[in-house]
Write a protein that binds this ligand. Structure first.
Ligand SMILES: [Zn+2]
Length: 312
């Protein structure tokens, strides 16, 4: 009988789990609310219950967990996970393995979303791929020579902290980070600042705290020129960063995902133009820049694919 392998996508809002059915497919998802803010042990217990739901109550033979924070997959230690609460150097793999009684692999959630896009999404069939997700924050996954690249302690991919200039400060206190300038969070803040300065916009009628990335996209889709400019500027900054990555790494494909891609061409067209203006010709010609294909399933699909890779 085949092994019961489970992928878990642990997020700050929801926990999702499913049975891996092959290297590229998974069964129906089980889901429950994430007890973020409670102890790591409580969060792990909720994940275990979700995994057991996915297995019909049977014990799994191997589990992979995607976790929103920097972590070392070799030691199993999560350095921090601000969306889950006070996770400070938590030995997460041991907590999961003790609670599940089976082998466990942990991996960063953005890396797993990128891994899924590589095995079964927009980057399938390539050997060298960069995945960038632009949402509340900005993260990346790097596939080199057919392998997910980790780095010295597994903390690679933090493209949100690439310095791009300007005075905006990121959540870690750096000035001029990509994430501080062009994330969904930054798009909302840039719009609030512009409205506060008195720039003309349909968003002027909203309470300031309601102007977030989603509200800016809504206004942009309805034709608001300030909202369109702010989203386009963010696309341009992300595209410039991608162009530099193309020059450095010569990938075959760059896959762009995350909530900000809901803005469609308003974000993606300036992004592609900035890539073209930044990347050197030889590398640019060899590289496609495409939208992610798996949507919100990427995190769970990646965790299932990672369980299959590690334990099948
Ligand atoms: Zn930063």
């Amino acid at each position: 009988m085949s092994k019961r392998l489970v992928g878990i996508d642990l997020g700050g809002t929801n926990i999702r789990a499913a049975l891996a059915e092959s290297a590229t497919s998974h069964g129906p998802r089980s889901e429950r609310r994430s007890p973020a803010g409670e102890s790591p042990e409580s969060v792990v217990a909720a994940c275990v219950a979700t995994a057991l739901d996915a297995c019909g109550g049977e014990k799994p033979d191997g589990v992979a967990v995607g976790i929103p924070g920097p972590l070392n997959p070799r030691t199993g230690v999560v350095f921090a996970a601000p969306n889950l609460g006070e996770w400070d150097h938590v030995d997460a793999r041991r907590l999961f393995a003790d609670a599940l009684g089976c082998p466990v692999a942990i991996q960063n959630d953005a890396k797993l979303a990128g891994y899924a896009e590589w095995v079964s999404g927009a980057g399938a069939g390539t050997e060298n791929m960069i995945f960038i997700t632009v949402s509340t924050g900005i993260g990346a996954a790097l596939i080199f020579d057919g392998r997910l690249y980790g780095g010295a302690v597994g903390a690679s991919g933090e493209i949100g902290h690439l310095k791009v200039g300007g005075d905006a400060v990121c959540a870690l206190g750096h000035r001029g980070c990509l994430e501080a300038v062009a994330s969904g969070t930054a798009i909302g803040k840039n719009a609030r600042d512009a409205v506060a300065r008195g720039e003309k916009s349909s968003m002027s009628s909203l309470d300031a705290e309601l102007i977030d990335g989603q509200a800016v996209n809504d206004a942009a889709q309805a034709g608001d020129s300030l909202a369109r400019r702010i989203i386009g500027d963010a696309g341009g900054v992300v595209g410039t960063a991608i162009g530099s990555l193309i020059n450095l790494l010569n990938p075959e494909v760059v896959v762009v995902g995350g909530g900000v891609m809901d803005a469609g061409e308003l974000f993606f067209d300036p992004l592609r133009q900035a890539v073209a203006a930044t990347a050197v010709e030889v590398s640019a010609r060899a590289c496609r820049v495409v939208a992610a294909g798996l949507g919100t399933d990427a995190g769970l699909a990646g965790a299932c694919a990672w369980a299959w890779k590690n334990f099948s």
